[in-house]
Ligand binder design. Sequence first.
Ligand SMILES: Cc1cc2nc3c(=O)[nH]c(=O)nc-3n(C[C@H](O)[C@H](O)[C@H](O)COP(=O)(O)OP(=O)(O)OC[C@H]3O[C@@H](n4cnc5c(N)ncnc54)[C@H](O)[C@@H]3O)c2cc1C
Ligand code: FES
Ligand code: FES
Length: 1343
Amino acid sequence: MPSHLQSNELVFFVNGKKITEKNADPEVNLLSYLRKIRLTGTKYACGGGGCGACTVMVSKYDPISKKIRHYAVTACLLPICSLHGAAVTTVEGIGSTRTRIHPIQERIAKGHGTQCGFCTPGMVMSLYALLRNHPEPSPQQLTEALGGNLCRCTGYRSILESSKTFCAESNCCQMKGTGKCCLDQEENPTLLSHQKNDICTQLFTKEEFQPLDPTQELIFPPELLRMADDLNKETLTFYGERVTWISPATLKELLELKVKYPESPLVVGNTSVGPAMKSKGHVHPVLLSPARISELSMVTNTNDGLTIGAGCSLAQVKQILTDEVSKLPEKKTRTYQALLKHLRSLAGQQIRNMASLGGHIISRHGYSDLNPILAVGNTTLNLVSKEGRRQIPLNENFLAGLANADLKPEEILESVHIPHSDKWEFVAAFRQAQCQQNALPDVNCGMRVLFKEDSDTIADLSIFYGGLGSATVSAQKSCQQLLGRRWNALMLDEAYRLILDEVSLPGSAPGGMVEFKRTLIVSFLFKFYLGVLQELKKMVKMTSLPNNHRYPDISEKFLSALEEFPVTISRGVQAFQVDPTQSPNDPVGRPILHQSGIKHATGEAIFCDDMPVVDKELFLALVTSTKAHAKIISIDASEALELPGVVDVITAEDIPGTNGTEDDRLLPVDEVLCVGHIICAVAAESDVYAKRAVEKVKIIYEDQEPVIFTIEDAIRHNSYLSCEKKLEQGNVEEAFENVDQIIEGEIHVGGQEHFYMETQRALAIPKVEDQEMEIYVSSQDPSHVQKTVSSTLNVPINRITCHVKRVGGGFGGKVSKPAVYGAITAVAANKTGRPVRLVLDRREDMLMTGGRHPLFAKYKVGFMNNGRIKAMDVQCYINGGYTLDDSELVIEYLLLKLENAYKINNLRFLGRPCKTNLPSNTAFRGFGFPQGGLVMESCITAVAAKCGLPPEKVREKNMYKRIDKTIYKQAYSPDKLLRCWNECLDQSSYHSRKAKVEEFNSKNYWKKKGIAIVPMKFSVGFGATSYHQAAALVHIYTDGSVLVTHGGSELGQGIHTKMIQIASRELKIPMSYMHFCETSTATVPNTIATAASVGADVNGKAVQNACQILLKRLDPIIKKNPEGTWEEWVEAAFEQRISLSATGYFRGYKANMDWEKGEGDPFPYYVDGAACSEVEIDCLTGAHKNIRTDIVMDASCSINPAIDIGQIEGSFIQGLGLYTLEELKYSPEGLLHSKGPDEYKIPTVSDVPEELNVSLLASSQNPMAIYSSKGLGESGMFLGCSVFFAISDAVTAARKERGLMEDFMLNSPATPERIRMACADRFTEMIPIDDAETFKPWCIPIA
Ligand SMILES: Cc1cc2nc3c(=O)[nH]c(=O)nc-3n(C[C@H](O)[C@H](O)[C@H](O)COP(=O)(O)OP(=O)(O)OC[C@H]3O[C@@H](n4cnc5c(N)ncnc54)[C@H](O)[C@@H]3O)c2cc1C
Ligand code: FES
Ligand code: FES
């Protein structure tokens, strides 16, 4: 359609201001639009509706109901053209530091619910939309509202805690319906145990919060009310460069347009069309919007059911069905109840608000959660076209897309009729996903049976499965064959056989997990069978049927198959010690709120890409390899260069200086070594132009051998990145001769994606003079970026200034990688002479950047029958990817930390990083320890199983008991470790709860509980003194205000807050005098990466040093005028020409390691801790519920308990993700499948244990670090494995009952697939198993 045609004006409001867009482009989404008009509070993190970072509220007036609907949406999926007549509220619209902050913004910040702050505006807006509709929400509404918002830093507990203050019963957890509350001291043993004077359990003071006053909210613009009521509505058309958007006012017009443009989709929620256009590059020249067609939102009750307009959103459908269920007798609503079950877990709230029922049905996604239920419920689709109306059934033919059962191109779906169920009809729905909320299902199903009146004879049966392929599949033939059968075990056995035969799944099926999926097919059927049997039994009681209709009794023990895990809201106690004698003016040791907390919550905190567009700025997009190992024969960019807006293509030839190293080129010259290897980059006038041009750069490759992806292959090809590292003590061989038993085995630990919410970003601004360049980057190591840019451009380091204001999450992923992106951006800026911005797409980021190293270990353990381990020989291999990066260091740290908390006299640890054709893996929180520690704990668990001892006894038996030497001969004192362990046992009531777990397990066959307690000895710091040095620069200005600068980057860990607390204590002035501006290589040079948990320790010492120097200079003045004010002293100092600026320096902790000898003092100190977790697993589906976790950690004298507890909780939840959820899936060609939140699941709000208690060990000192504190950035990560071992304990209980081997080895992560398959039973036995040689799998294991 020609773009010179006159578009209608698009009118909508943003934060109460009218926007009239004369040239609205249908391809522009609200997120990019908002960011272009400088409302950068709304963040880009995934672009696919899966993370909630871009959440805003949309308000629309419905002229029929005369109501205004307020709902949260993901701006990244919302076309601006859909907003005509709507009001948008963004985080900036509800409050700001310049006007008044909103109570939500205040509470989330003061409740310590922000760390890096990148997710915070989205969280705030999800809560805001909830409170606009429910000013006093229930805890369940809260969890539902936040289910679509991801946070990678906090672990959610603090967000929930602050949000709960809005709930009516915010102070009461109801203790699972008992009416009692966990905060009631008599009810809570954890709280009771902290009832000592100096232990505090309050991280914030609720009393200081402003009340929520709904009358203060922005009103719906009256002009929009008038617009909505305006009867002279006409078709609106918006012409874009490639796409035209038509929004007709009447059904008649829509149907005419459908005749004219039969291929054009109807865009309602755009949650299906939008992602497809993006990922598959679909361009629809015309999009039809039925938003104003009232017929599509009608809801009608009929005698036999409910007719719902196809345009109703899934959230509206949920409300409509909830109302129906509350009104109608239970027997009529069974289909509705099944739909409601899935509507609670389908996507996040924002998607449910946007997605329509019609769009859902018509999209016919193979994973659809509703279509299987609608199909078994005999749903009818009411179609309309210019020719008239007709009905078609939503049945197997429709779902298979058969032409004669489908809509005609000119037809649309007007409404959907869902009949009531019958007295003798039972409907059920099941679904299993990687996690409970906001995850696409692995397999789902709808099942329905109709019995002949007053009997258990099957009159009708229908079963549909989703998640098994590209379409929902029906077990129609099997169902037909079962008609007339009685509902009993014989029928069930036949049903399994028939269905497995009919609903077959090839070994190569997309999505993988084939055997798991096959098992779910029959497991769900079994659940359905049992559920129906239960219902029939109730009916027998009610109708007293004759004897021949008696049903087999189901033992209580087997009923556990029927219970579902509820979505619950987390609660818990956070305890820390306070010093009652401390001066109230001294902020150190207090839970001070994050310095940027309020700005995070108002959206005013500026991240790299929030910086305004610079004059003449270009956007850079990267071209990456589609081959895992190949020669580059040619790069042809001619077509890309001809596209509009494209300015240049940057290749290795444009690098004026050094192109990386021989083994690790910045841009490759002639060879690519992994899929995702950066080849070249396109610079264009906008991100859209740059990304379009990337598709047009043609690379010709010549495949090379070998192609190595797995550790096993690397070992076979002798493909390593560095030499083998070794640590040894005692005489391992001799010890093996003298033990009672030996076990040998292997364990695999999967990798992990950092999933920092802010993807990698850089902005390079070349200066006119002297080859200077400013680089703004999201980096944990600005000096490394500066050095890399300098060598790449061949200019001295002093010409390059690197700035880091704040980083939206790093976790190790922004230590080495930002230098690559910074340098490529700088090359582009240098070549074009223009500022250049690079913002990686989530999918690109995940494809290219690598993450935590997957590990494969072989172990041999020799032990006595009493559980004492005498000898251990462990060989570890990690998958390093195609370049060295940090892999050698990671393997070193892994070996150093592998022994964890155990003193085993004879040890041999060997390790080597493998070189493969995958993206290079890099630093990640814990740096090898989370993988190595899991190996050690798995060995302990295996020894316990062999000895028939409880694992905690074997742990205790082998734990360090006295000051002793580690494997690398550094002295270690375990007193804190033992205190943490004992307090954790105590606070978690471990032994009594273990007895209860055993009792539960003896009574339940299909559900099992597990409990585990794990100790931790975590060594902090880098293994070299020079890496512990730090510097600071503190200026005092003449008004008395103080500017503090140091070398650490703010990653969300609150480093600047701690530095300001330190400066405040040292200078003895309030924190309000202090300011921190940015980390910059111009103010503090030659900095070390903010990593290894020591950022605050070492920079704190430097800040302390600078402040002490300054105070010393001021001392004579203060002595002379002791009653004077700070401002007077500062003024006097200026008058007396005393320098008010000082650099502070810390030379670093002494640390060394001699790898030749295998000994040294590599770590300045240790952080000890322990965690106890309890879980419940569903043996039939592999799902698990995190019931409770208790953590005791030695933070010594915490500088800021709120920040430190936040670090512990955040890293614990990240660890829980590593060990139980997060799975990287690579194709056999080395392409990462799991490239976004849809395919890669990080923990959501419902994964937080129902009860999460954290205590900081009291009365502990650490003379090594500033104010006797400790660095806690990484250690909590490992404690996530307590959940893994609790799962393993539950699986062991299931296996024991089924007579299977108890000493099995569970690989990490313990996903539903692994849990289900480990709980082997008759279902896992009955499924077909493919011969691995006969098919090509969808994904390959790389660990
Ligand atoms: C992040 C995310 C998570 C998700 N999670 C889940 C999940 O867990 N489970 C699940 O089942 N689904 C999930 N989905 C899919 C979601 O349910 C569907 O995308 C959604 O229901 C489609 O509705 P829509 O209104 O957005 O459709 P649109 O994208 O607007 O349209 C989709 C298609 O339907 C057609 N269409 C729409 N209305 C009509 C009509 N009235 N008549 C004829 N054709 C019509 C359009 O022409 C188009 O082809 C998820 C989606 C996202 C983005
Ligand atoms: S950026 Fe929109 S949902 Fe993730
Ligand atoms: S604070 Fe939530 S992602 Fe960082």
